[in-house]
Design a protein around this ligand. Structure first.
Ligand SMILES: Cc1cc2nc3c(=O)[nH]c(=O)nc-3n(C[C@H](O)[C@H](O)[C@H](O)COP(=O)(O)O)c2cc1C
Length: 346
């Protein structure tokens, strides 16, 4: 029989599917409008899909498979399929939280399969921000990882009946950043980040963040459905959307490599994240939804389509690479502009 932790992971996958349509009913990227260029003066061959997150992290594609699965038989198989497609499409891929594999070595293979299927691609390990240096080294070794994501998920933990109640993480993050010799990406899980968090992370020595904003998979909603004692339904709308989070990060772009995720379901969303300053874009819920609902061949087709469309969209925006998107003009909705003004972000 599988453990409580393994069962929780399976529940996350099935509830993410069950509430997929509801969680995606409001598209935060509609609040950003791209200005069309009629004379881009480029040819498609000039346009590259590569993006540099940092000196040590060069991605072949500007979007990647975000942290989700591993820890149970079912999610190990999902990891195998996702890693197979990551290798085929030259996508970076993040593992789901490996803390379960550190406590229960029997489930290690459900994570190690990611590297086995994709021996030369970029792989991100994933642990909570309270992990020790020894645990971080174990998680990295399990995947021969190129970077380590440290998830910060206070809102999720507080809703979970069995969740953590101690969130004194700062000194530990500082210790990990100093001790680990591959990039550490501090990552939200769908609640976004604001200026105050960016500044605190910079002060701790963090160089990479993934804002993972509201607008897609909603862990407040998922945990509320798992939590039968208390209901925190009013937290279903907690946090900053992905566009809000990226705008919050505007003044920190020199000090931090900012990655985006949260609610990304189309190639145009990827482009909009690039315009708002993301160096690469993670996709979790949508890719999982396609895989679970329509199977691996359909996700394979979607990924090919994203590669083709994103290259053409870059041309349409008049740029030859993803990072030049920050120079492309855009207009914000009245609501998002109001947010920007109140937060003094421009
Ligand atoms: C089923 C599922 C499991 C997840 N597990 C993890 C995890 O273990 N670690 C983590 O950092 N994020 C985890 N996430 C959060 C995603 O990485 C991402 O931050 C969030 O879902 C928002 O992106 P999305 O809207 O594209 O899904 C999980 C997401 C899903 C859908």
């Amino acid at each position: 029989m599988e453990s409580k932790h393994a069962h929780r992971k399976d529940e996350h996958v099935s509830l993410a599917q069950k509430y997929y349509a509801n969680a995606h009913s409001v598209d935060p990227f509609e609040q950003v409008k791209i200005i069309h260029r009629s004379l881009p003066e480029l040819q498609l061959n000039d346009v590259s899909l590569q993006t540099n997150i940092g000196a040590k992290l060069r991605l072949q594609r500007p979007f990647y498979i975000e942290a989700m699965t591993g820890g149970s038989e079912k999610t190990g198989e999902l990891n195998r399929q996702l890693a197979h497609l990551a290798a085929k499409h030259h996508l970076a891929m993040a593992s789901g939280s490996q803390s379960i594999a550190i406590k229960e070595p029997a489930v290690k293979n459900s994570f190690a399969i990611i590297r086995k299927e994709n021996p030369t691609g970029i792989v991100f390990a994933n642990l909570g921000a309270d992990s020790s240096v020894a645990q971080a080294k174990q998680a990295i070794a399990m995947l021969n990882a190129d970077a380590l994501q440290l998830h910060v998920n206070v809102a999720q933990e507080l809703i979970m009946p069995e969740g953590d109640r101690n969130f004194k993480w700062r000194e530990n993050i500082k210790t990990l950043v100093a001790a680990i010799d591959i990039p550490i990406i501090v990552k939200e899980v769908g609640f976004g980040m604001g200026q105050e968090t960016f500044q605190e992370l910079i002060d701790l020595g963090v160089k990479y963040v993934d804002v993972s904003g509201r607008g897609g998979t909603n862990f407040a909603q998922i945990e509320n459905r798992r939590n039968h004692d208390n209901q925190f339904d009013d937290l279903d709308y907690w946090g900053q959307s992905t566009p809000e989070s990226l705008l919050e990060g505007k003044q920190y772009r020199q000090q931090l490599a900012i990655l985006a995720s949260g609610g990304v379901t189309t190639p145009i969303d990827v482009i909009k994240c690039g315009m708002l300053g993301a160096k690469a874009v993670g996709v979790a819920g949508y890719f999982l939804h396609v895989l679970v609902t329509d199977g691996i061949d359909e996700l394979d087709r979607v990924l090919s389509n994203w590669e083709t469309e994103i290259q053409r969209l870059l041309l349409l925006c008049g740029v030859t690479n993803f990072q030049d998107l920050i120079n492309v003009p855009y207009v914000l909705s009245a609501e998002l502009l109001n947010y920007v003004n109140q937060r003094k972000l421009m």
